[in-house]
Design a protein around this ligand. Structure first.
Ligand code: HEC
Length: 416
């Protein structure tokens, strides 16, 4: 907010200058604007990477603004980034609140926030050989950090998405699977987050953090209970459906310590000394993926192989990251320890005969969420195949309906 005020004061002052001086003093194209409000529109189709990356950062800042007490999904604009309480997106409805056992109606949007409880489901991370199998698996892939703990995941939707699902009874697997068409309205936002347990070795102020209940595991990797833990956000996927983008716009952020840019240093998921396949029962490494992703019998989780970033962050994106991270408005916020990996969007969103609209850039992966499939990971290509359970119709790029429940059936696990 502070930056916005300065920026407009600057513009007022500039109006009095001769044209040439005005040009020289004009703020660079990379001026940040920290606002509690979501950006009103996405950049025009065909705009460059920088404009889309600025759009992603504006989304990231607004969604990470402290939320208003007692009103889900709204920012408290009197607070600043880094202020106390849950952020806006943390008050969105989680899949566990949308898709209730027995396909019960999940009720009004503004229900009371329950304590957060996170599971391991990350179907997208499975590294089966073909993509179809990968997205149809029922359980998630492991991603173990350097402290030996698994990474936890959560998925949530904003009010526009929630209303669309509830008004159409699409929380019911029978209904959504028989739908003749699924088309989310403009203004929908869906998020997927990844979290690691912060230990005494971690500096919690470098993370958006929260206390939550997580599933615990025995040495064989079987769930054996729950525990309260301090969690730090390591990854955030944000997808929006702005006007003009039937294929949505795809942003993904990471905490900067996940994997180091300098391979001789440590990261939360990277040990420069671990170089061979055998050092980990599970994690991706540069020499090739492991065939099975289960902890070695009789051992606790081992130090993972080095998890590295396969597709480097584009230099244009790096510039936008540097500008936002240095903004004085983020001085007291953990957001300055996060970076955008990329914004994937359709280059030609409305071209007949080109339904995906040419995903640009072609690849996009978050090391904590598409860990094992980085070399081929395209948000849009994979999500374009999403369908409701046992249905052949497309579910408009959203995998939310994987969690739809069937009335009378044993609840399928959302958390495990
Ligand atoms: C190989 C397939 C695949 C790729 C690649 C992929 N996802 Fe997903 N995504 C899934 C599946 C399956 C789910 C639902 C279950 C889960 O979380 O694993 C999901 C869930 C999500 C969700 C929450 C539910 C929804 O569909 O809205 C978001 C948001 C999301 N992904 C964004 C992204 C972004 C951003 C990227 C690219 C950086 C990406 N995904 C890459 C398969 C994929």
């Amino acid at each position: 907010m502070k930056t916005l005020v300065c920026f407009s004061m600057l513009l007022l002052g500039l109006a009095n200058l001769p044209a040439q001086a005005r040009e020289a003093t004009q703020p660079s194209a990379l001026a940040t604007s920290l606002s509690c409000q979501l950006p009103a529109a996405a950049p025009a189709a065909g705009a460059g990477q920088t404009l889309f990356d600025e759009y992603s950062w504006q989304l990231f800042v607004a969604l990470n603004w402290p939320a208003q007490d007692g009103q889900r999904g709204s920012p408290d604009c009197t607070k600043q980034p880094g202020g106390s309480g849950y952020t806006v997106w943390q008050t969105y409805k989680s899949v566990a609140e949308i898709f209730l056992p027995n396909a019960a109606n999940p009720g009004p949007w503004d229900s009371v926030l329950r304590a957060k409880s996170l599971g391991l489901i990350n179907i997208a991370a499975l590294k089966n050989t073909n993509q179809q199998e990968r997205v149809d698996q029922a359980v998630g892939g492991w991603l173990i950090d350097q402290a030996g703990n698994p990474t936890y995941y959560d998925i949530a939707a904003n009010e526009t998405s929630y209303d669309y699902i509830v008004n159409n009874t699409f929380y019911n697997a029978n209904v959504v699977s028989n739908a003749s068409s699924i088309k989310f309205p403009n203004g929908v936002i869906e998020v997927k987050s990844s979290w690691r347990i912060l230990t005494s070795k971690d500096n919690a102020s470098r993370y958006l953090n929260m206390i939550a209940q997580v599933t615990t595991f025995d040495a064989q990797g079987k769930p054996n209970g729950v525990a309260q833990q301090l969690l730090g956000l390591v990854g955030l996927h944000i997808i929006t459906k702005p006007v003009g983008y039937p294929q949505w716009v795809w942003s993904t952020f990471e905490q900067i310590d996940n994997v180091p840019a300098d391979p001789s240093t440590h990261g939360s998921y990277y040990d420069p000394a671990a170089t061979t396949v055998n050092q980990s029962p599970c994690n991706w490494n540069t020499q090739g993926a492991h065939p099975v992703c289960v902890p070695v019998s009789g051992t606790t989780f081992q130090t993972p192989d080095p998890l590295t970033r396969v597709t480097a962050i584009d230099s244009a994106t790096d510039k936008v990251n540097a500008t936002y991270r240095a903004d004085p408005g983020l001085k007291n916020s953990p957001l300055k320890y996060y970076q955008l990996i990329t914004t994937q969007r359709p280059l030609n969103p409305n071209m007949i005969g080109n339904p995906m609209g040419t995903p640009t850039p072609t690849l996009s992966a978050n090391v904590t969420m598409e860990s094992y499939i980085q070399p081929t990971s395209s948000c849009m290509a994979c999500h374009s195949m999403a369908t409701p359970p046992k249905s052949a119709i497309k579910s408009d790029y959203s995998y939310l309906f994987k969690f739809a429940q069937t009335p009378g059936a044993t609840p399928s696990p959302i958390k495990e």
